[in-house]
Design a protein around this ligand. Structure first.
Ligand SMILES: [Zn+2]
Ligand SMILES: [Zn+2]
Ligand SMILES: [Zn+2]
Ligand SMILES: [Zn+2]
Length: 350
């Protein structure tokens, strides 16, 4: 078996587990939780495998190829998966994404260790499982799209899983109906619920930051996301970006990147005046959450990252490189920021 064969069999196996997790929900919710969670972990491992197979082993320094191929190894944990994707591949999957997978894994652990005889008939517990699946699939689907270079051969599997998930949402309709009064109330208060990107129900209550940025919280599945509205830089149609600065325009299929989002959100007149007045608080600013370079835009009194869509109340200057950053810059003269190594790094180079 070659490296590609192992990647391929792991990925196909993951989609098999995912489909099974969705299909068996009605009859055996317990196995649905276990299989769905395994699928998520397997796809993260498949991504790691694209860096190196030994990263799937709990202690890579002791990795042995023959043993690995025989399945005789202790596998990496979900937490380590995230850390290795970040440290080796240089990509953070983000707190919201990791959080949704973590909830899934905790639920799975509970299912494995404690017997739940009432599970099959407990309507509320079942709705909770489907809500967790919806949120995790939303994040997983986005990762697979972002990792298109690695998963482009699995377009059919991804589309099939997406269709299955849309059917899976029907288990949330009872909860949606029960929320009718609350949703009507929000509508009357001027906060018309929008369609949730995770579960599809029109139950996401917007909380506007300004005319282009809103944060939404879904009352059905608890999914939280930030949406930005902008004009497509290619065709001029209105586009809604959900949760991050990467996506594409539905009208022209042109790709949209954080630079386009930043450009659409930038108050150029205010920036210009600020520069003239010697006020450097309008940027450029580095993000402390996703560690992206110059992706943070000032919006009035708030700061917003066009890459990870995180919002901040203030920015600080790095004591060493003088760049603005949304992270805490308390010890930055010595230890630096996410863009420099500070004095400590400088001394080391000598
Ligand atoms: Zn939802
Ligand atoms: Zn367009
Ligand atoms: Zn960011
Ligand atoms: Zn710095």
């Amino acid at each position: 078996m070659t490296q590609h064969d192992t990647f391929d069999s792991l990925t196909r196996n993951a989609f098999d587990f995912l489909e099974r997790g969705i299909a068996e929900f009605d009859k055996t919710p317990k196995y649905s939780v276990i299989h769905f969670c395994a699928a998520v972990e397997m796809l993260l491992k498949a991504r790691l495998m694209k860096e190196h197979w030994s990263l799937l082993v709990s202690r890579p320094e002791q990795a042995n190829l023959a043993k690995f191929m025989a399945g005789d190894f202790i596998s990496v944990t979900l937490e380590d998966c995230r850390a290795r994707i970040r440290d080796v591949a240089g990509e953070d999957i983000g707190d919201d994404t990791y959080g949704s997978f973590r909830i899934l894994a905790n639920h799975r652990n509970k299912m494995i260790h404690f017997f739940h005889p009432e599970m099959d008939s407990d309507e509320k517990a079942r709705a909770q499982i489907v809500a967790e699946h919806c949120r995790s699939w939303f994040h997983l689907h986005r990762l697979l799209t972002r990792w298109n270079d690695y998963f482009q051969d699995y377009g059919d599997e991804i589309a099939r899983a997406d269709r299955a998930m849309k059917g899976h949402r029907k288990y949330l309709s009872t909860k949606f109906k029960a929320l009718k009064a609350e949703l009507d109330g929000a509508r009357e208060a001027g906060e018309a619920p929008k369609a949730c990107s995770a579960c599809g129900f029109k139950a996401a209550i917007p909380d506007s930051l300004d005319d282009q940025i809103a944060s939404l919280r879904c009352l059905v599945c608890d999914h939280v996301e930030v949406q930005v509205e902008l004009e497509c830089p290619h065709c001029g149609e209105q586009v809604v970006m959900t949760g991050e600065g990467y996506g594409s325009c539905k009208a022209c299929e042109g790709s949209i990147e954080p630079e386009n989002v930043a450009d659409a959100l930038r108050d150029k007149a205010a920036e210009h005046t600020a520069i003239k007045d010697g006020d450097d608080s309008w940027g450029p600013i580095n993000c402390g959450t996703c560690e992206n370079y110059h992706s943070v835009i000032r919006r009035g009194e708030k700061y917003f990252c066009s890459n990870c869509f995180d919002t901040f109340d203030n920015v600080e200057q790095c004591g060493w490189c003088n760049e603005l950053n949304t992270a805490d810059m308390e010890d930055s003269y010595w230890s630096g920021c996410n863009q420099c190594d500070g004095k400590a790094g400088w001394d080391q180079d000598d």
